[in-house]
Design a protein around this ligand. Structure first.
Ligand SMILES: CC(C)(COP(=O)(O)OP(=O)(O)OC[C@H]1O[C@@H](n2cnc3c(N)ncnc32)[C@H](O)[C@@H]1OP(=O)(O)O)[C@@H](O)C(=O)NCCC(=O)NCCS
Length: 210
């Protein structure tokens, strides 16, 4: 496939995805709620003013919330077909916390990036409640080769790499530095390179020798 054709296919894919991007304020509200909840802070906001105040507080306190907001602005501006400004927002997301999220990625509202330093590109969908820890790479090729899916409330450990059209299902946990090349079942934990499931513990919680 020529690089010109690839570029045109990528532009076509990201145009098709535009309606999937959440509206800016909806995304900001859900991101602030989920981030505050994971940070064990007050996450029930009292109206629009309180939501904005809490979002501003998180931009100052949480390492990557400002960058995540720049990413949300980029995705929304792209969805609205605004030229040039999405590139500025993309650069700002990278400059403030190295959040680098490609145009064909869909990040549903309410995702937590504790520190930033994340690269997500290709045809990827990240569902609400997911936690993406630092130094994580999530990637796939063009959308006709399949989508990489990070399910609701999945937790991707620091340094992990998730590559190709795989699904990390709801509530699954990817261990630090794991390399995920195959699907991870809901609620399971995987570790290692390539990642394999941790054996389920059979003993009741608290009965392990210390
Ligand atoms: C994968 C993980 C969730 C497992 O936690 P856990 O269920 O409490 O498991 P344990 O710590 O009891 O470890 C169970 C086994 O898996 C191994 N293991 C745990 N994490 C591992 C990892 N990332 N890679 C390889 N092996 C790992 C342990 O050595 C242990 O092996 P053993 O049974 O042979 O002794 C956790 O270790 C992890 O990697 N969390 C990510 C944390 C993170 O990224 N935080 C963000 C910081 S910014």
């Amino acid at each position: 496939m020529s690089s010109r054709y690839r570029r045109r296919a990528a532009r076509h894919a990201s145009a098709e995805l535009r309606p999937s991007h959440p509206r800016f304020f909806d995304a900001l509200t859900a991101d602030a709620t989920v981030s505050a909840a994971y940070r064990s802070e007050r996450w029930e906001f009292r109206g629009r003013g309180d939501t904005l105040a809490q979002a501003l507080r998180l931009m100052g306190r949480s390492d990557a919330f400002l960058a995540q907001t720049f990413y949300r602005a980029k995705a929304r501006l792209q969805a609205l077909g605004v030229p040039f400004l999405p590139r500025v927002a993309h650069r700002l997301a990278i400059m403030t916390a190295q959040i680098c999220i490609g145009d064909s990625v869909v990040v549903h509202p309410g995702v937590y990036f504790p520190h930033g330093q994340v690269a997500i590109d290709g045809c990827v969908e990240v569902h609400s409640g997911a936690v993406i820890n630092p130094w994580v790479t999530i990637g796939s090729g063009p959308c006709d080769a399949g989508t990489t899916t990070i399910g609701p409330n999945a937790n991707i450990g620091t340094g992990a790499i998730v590559i190709g059209p795989v699904t990390v299902a709801s509530g699954a946990q990817v261990g630090a530095n794991a390399l995920v090349l195959t699907d991870v079942a809901a609620g399971r934990t995987v570790v290692g390179t390539p990642a394999v499931p941790l054996a389920r513990r059979t003993e009741p919680p608290g009965s392990r020798a210390t």
